[in-house]
Design a protein around this ligand. Structure first.
Ligand code: ADP
Length: 668
């Protein structure tokens, strides 16, 4: 009857511990109360005859207990606690999911077997002639619980086993030691020398007390190693996985390392991540464990329309395949679950973790069965609950990185292509430029020869070599002559430009008095100046200037250009040319001063550049190429000189001037 009192009490205790109700005050008190109740029954059972009045033969049993005055209250307490605990368990079964539900189921199964089997005892108490045959069913209880412990991790009995083992050894050691010393001391000392044996015992006890902690530590180390060797170190695992999540930036590495660690540490057959692609598919990560190519291909692609994806998108929760199996039985929408289940079986998934970012599934982690055949524990599930958002953002990050890299690659290619095009265009432009220069060079040469001929004859005409000109003819021929001169100057400019551009610009130096060059130019431009009513004058220096080393043709072009400009840009007044030695006598300073439109100070420097004309000058003087000053500068600089312009501003006239290095005075 002591055992009978223990049965409902321990069942109740198991249930409230299993349901983790003991933390609640209410249930703590209840447990306390239940212990009280059954202790009283037990006490009364031992000390009085209130529970069992007497015994008498029943059926084949030589004696059977007869209930006393507290037998009915005992029965009430017995069934009351069994029913109460079962109701608590039943509630949990309805609410629970996953492994907890399965565990509940097994406890339930055990209790039904045990209590219905055990309850057949009570018939004989009431003189109903049914023997307690179903008692054998009670053995089903430890089997059911045992199965749940091993298969569904109902309890971590390793702790119990390892601790029991430890204490067994310690107790054996202590008692063994005492028995041994007792034996030894009784062998060597007789009863009269008892004082020695006490002394020896005391010393020995001291030794044991000192040795015991060491022994305790080393044995527990050994037992821990034996019993918890296979234990997954979740903290370490979490650390490892977080490390991967934080560090890996390449998508492939991230996914592969993550799966590899999970597979290895949880001892799974395989772990895979399916990644959402842009084209509405989920692709499995390439994983190294697939040795067979065929196998690899088989499970690679899931479409968005797949029932599994639909299901996960809706439920947004982990799916334990085993649990789904059971869920199929108690749901109305069986067909859908059936299809999901089928898909999971095809994928060999035991645990499926949807990875959700921004309310959308971005990846699916699929875990195969554990190699041990054990089910996934609550701790496994908790682990992925914690990790799934993290891996989600890591995947997102890695994807962005991948996109960025792809974009970079594309950009690089794009730039390369553009550069190539640019190079081609550049080459084409260079060819065009060359063609243009060649054209200019050829055209100028071709123009110059006939022009020189025309000029020759015209000058002869003007000078009266073919007889005196008619009155009407004179001015016309003069104008034609002047126009031809302009033309030849222009052709010279073009010719020089093309020479400069083709690097064929060389000087043909000879000694010449500078005055003669100026005289020639002044002579040539006298008529146009006169036509505009301008005074053109060369004021000779008092001191005779020595000769200069010049390219006569080119230097003459410089004078012609500058004087022609002065005439062009002066409406009235005069153009005065002066020459003098520089103060150090090392150069000859030439000035061409006009009373013309003047030059803006800002503009002055720019005018010597190619194709640059004064701002708004085209309105005043439409003829002009913007090349004259450019050529002049090139020529002067080629002679080792420098050229510039000074002007007080617009309307104030301008003075173009240059310095040429003077050659040493020739010995006369
Ligand atoms: P172009 O005379 O054919 O325009 P140039 O290179 O000879 O080309 O001269 C460049 C510009 O410098 C002219 O367009 C004009 O604006 C300015 N310029 C040149 N000479 C004078 C001058 N004597 N007075 C005022 N402006 C001048």
């Amino acid at each position: 009857m002591v055992g009978a009192a223990g049965a409902p009490l321990f069942y109740f205790t198991l249930v409230i511990h299993f349901l983790k109700l003991t933390q609640k005050r209410f249930y703590k008190w209840q447990k306390f109360f239940a212990y009280g109740v059954f202790s009283i029954f037990t006490l009364l059972n031992i000390t009085t005859q209130w529970l069992v009045k007497s015994v008498e033969p029943r059926l084949t049993f030589p004696f059977w207990p007869i209930g006393g005055r507290i037998f009915y209250p005992f029965l009430l307490a017995f069934f009351g606690y069994v029913i109460y605990a079962s109701i608590l368990l039943g509630k949990e079964y309805k609410r629970a999911s996953g492994i907890k539900k399965i565990q509940t189921k097994y406890i339930f199964l055990g209790i039904v077997l045990a209590f219905f089997g055990g309850a057949t005892n009570y018939f004989l108490w009431f003189n109903i002639p049914i023997p307690p045959v179903l008692n054998i069913l009670v053995t089903g209880y430890p089997f059911a619980i045992g199965y749940a412990i091993i298969r569904y991790r109902l309890m971590d009995i390793r702790v119990v086993i390892s601790r029991s083992f430890l204490y067994f050894i310690l107790v054996a050691f202590v008692t063994g030691s005492f028995v041994f010393t007792g034996f030894v001391s009784s062998q060597f000392f007789d009863k009269r020398t008892g004082i020695y044996s006490i002394l020896i015992n005391a010393i020995f006890s001291l030794v044991i007390v000192l040795v015991l902690p060491l022994l305790h530590r080393s044995i527990s180390e050994v037992t821990n190693r034996i019993f918890f060797k296979k234990e997954v170190n979740y903290q370490q695992l979490l650390r490892d996985l977080t490390q991967v999540i934080n560090v890996e930036i390449s998508l492939e590495k991230l996914v592969n390392s993550f799966c590899e660690i999970v597979r290895e540490k949880l001892k799974l057959k395989k772990a895979t991540i399916f990644l959402a692609t842009k084209d509405q598919h989920f692709l499995s990560s390439i994983d190294n464990n697939d040795k067979l190519e065929s196998q690899r291909k088989e499970y690679r692609r899931i479409t968005n329309q797949n029932p599994l994806i639909k299901y996960l998108s809706r439920e947004k929760e982990m799916v334990i395949t085993e649990e789904l199996e059971r869920k199929m039985l108690d749901t109305k929408d069986e067909q859908e679950l059936q299809r999901v289940y089928q898909q999971l079986s095809d994928l060999k998934a035991a645990l499926t973790v949807p990875i959700i970012t921004h309310h959308k599934i971005t990846a699916i982690l699929i875990l195969w069965k554990k190699l041990s055949g054990e089910a996934f524990s609550q701790r496994d599930i908790d682990l992925f609950q914690v990790l799934s958002p993290q891996i989600g953002s890591a995947i997102e990050k890695a994807k962005l990185y991948q996109e960025l890299q792809e974009f970079n690659k594309r950009l690089k290619k794009e730039v390369e292509r553009a550069t190539l095009k640019l190079n081609e265009a550049n080459k084409y432009l260079q060819e065009l430029d060359k063609a243009k220069s060649e054209f200019m060079s050829i055209a100028s040469h071709q123009l110059r020869t006939p022009l020189t001929g025309i000029m020759g004859y015209l000058s002869m005409l003007v000078e009266g070599d073919f007889g005196k000109l008619e009155k009407k003819q004179g001015p016309v021929i003069h104008q034609v002559f002047e126009a031809a001169q302009r033309l030849i100057r222009l052709v010279n400019i073009f010719l020089n430009i093309s020479r400069i551009e083709n690097n064929r610009f060389t000087l043909n130096l000879e000694s010449k008095p500078i005055e003669s060059l100026i005289n020639d130019a002044v002579f040539q431009l006298k008529i146009p100046a006169n036509n505009k009513g301008l005074k053109l004058e060369y004021v000779r220096p008092k001191q005779h200037l020595q000769q200069v080393q010049v390219d006569t043709d080119k230097m003459k072009d410089v004078f012609l250009n500058l004087i022609d400009n002065a005439i062009k840009y002066t409406a009235k007044g005069s153009i005065v040319i002066t020459t003098e030695f520089t103060s150090d006598k090392k150069g000859i300073h030439v000035k061409i001063q006009d009373t013309g439109i003047g030059i803006d100070k800002e503009e002055a420097k720019k005018l010597f550049q190619k194709f640059v004309r004064g701002d708004g000058i085209a309105r005043i003087q439409p003829d002009g190429s913007g090349l004259g000053l450019f050529i002049a500068k090139k020529i002067v600089e080629a002679h080792g000189g420098k050229i510039w312009v000074e002007s007080e501003g617009l309307g104030m006239g301008s003075t173009f001037q240059f310095i040429l290095p003077a050659t040493k005075r020739r010995k006369e």
